[in-house]
Design a protein around this ligand. Structure first.
Ligand code: 8YV
Length: 327
């Protein structure tokens, strides 16, 4: 029997590419081209499976052009690049990479919140520009982190990781809002109190967004929500750019309606809204919350494990959908 054909959509750890090549006929992307949808469909037209990295849209149009495709393993915990309904209808299994990135991503979310609150990049730019000439009492005076109120919107694994860091490491009061309330034991572990969305916004000293991006969470924080926050508060987004109305956020940052923001994700990434680039009180990073070498390797290996288990007939390890059987 011929071996399944796999596309690895972006350049990956050589050891993971080699591992996959022991199981499959593998096509790699050594030049690391970010293919457009038409080119991706062309590359996938004769493939049985794919390893994607979150930036490739798997939708009805692509699936129609790729009749052999049976499984797509996303090297990301988020899978908003998957049209799950279209994949279910087409009989295509999707998988993601939960758990292996939780603590690393929570570390980064916490660091980004702190960097925004304590104005770290803004003050570094000032220093590098040779503008530091003397001490002054309010030079880059920011907001307090320890002992303040940490508000988490989206209390999944990563949200809970950030909550634990705030509660246990920094003595913060932790409040959260989520589709569903955590079990009492999970709430106790991160000393977190469930509140409604309005209360979350009004009480937040530092609001952190860690929820999945869906049609229901599109622009979940816009002008109306920002208006309910304290002007001294910060907003950090490590979920997906589309959770925030970026134009409204930029306006709030520019007018002093909000003190600062930390953003690792952007609606049009890798293109960043110029209105955000024009704000000095925002820390901007290029979607790197999970980017440590061990974590990215674990993510790549889990995506590979999913493909291997799927084609072995063991079933996917971390499925995200329940597809109809593909003919
Ligand atoms: C990924 C992420 O690195 O896991 C996610 O959902 O956003 C990041 O950890 C990114 O999506 C590229 O795979």
């Amino acid at each position: 029997m011929s071996r399944p054909r796999i596309l690895i959509a972006r350049r990956l750890f050589p050891e993971v590419e080699q591992r996959l090549a022991r199981h499959f006929d593998v096509q790699t992307n050594p030049d690391d081209v970010a293919w457009n949808p038409q080119e991706l469909a062309r590359q996938l037209a004769d493939k049985d499976g794919a390893l994607t990295t979150g930036g490739q849209r798997i939708d009805a149009a692509l699936l129609a052009a790729c009749p052999r495709l049976k499984v797509v393993a996303n090297m990301a915990v988020g899978y908003n690049n998957f049209d799950v309904d279209a994949m279910n209808a087409a009989g295509v299994q999707g998988t993601n990479t939960p758990d292996v990135l939780t603590e690393t991503t929570a570390d980064f979310g916490f660091a980004l919140m702190m960097a925004a609150a304590r104005r770290m990049t803004e003050s570094e730019h000032f220093l590098r520009a040779g503008r530091w000439q003397r001490w002054s009492y309010d030079m880059f005076a920011g907001g307090e982190v320890h002992g303040s109120t940490l508000a988490i919107l989206g209390m999944g694994r990563i949200g809970q990781g950030i909550a634990r860091r705030g509660a246990h490491g920094f003595g913060m009061r932790v409040i959260y809002h989520n589709r569903s309330r955590l079990a009492p034991q999970a709430e106790a572990e991160c000393k977190a109190q469930y509140v409604g969305m309005d209360e979350l916004l009004a009480q937040a000293d530092h609001l952190v967004l860690v929820l999945p991006y869906t049609s229901a969470t599109h622009h979940i924080v816009g002008a109306a929500q920002l208006a309910r926050m304290k002007p001294t508060a910060t907003l950090t987004n490590i979920g997906r750019g589309g959770l925030v109305d970026e134009a409204a956020l930029a306006a709030a940052l520019q007018t002093g309606r909000l003190a600062a923001a930390g953003l690792d994700v952007f609606e049009g990434e890798p293109v960043v809204n110029p209105a955000l680039l024009a704000c000095t009180n925002v820390v901007l990073t290029p979607h790197i919350a999970s980017a440590t070498v061990p974590t990215r390797l674990a993510m790549a290996n889990l995506a590979a494990d999913n493909l291997i288990a799927f084609f072995d007939g063991r079933g996917p390890l971390t499925p995200v959908n329940q597809p109809a059987t593909r003919a």
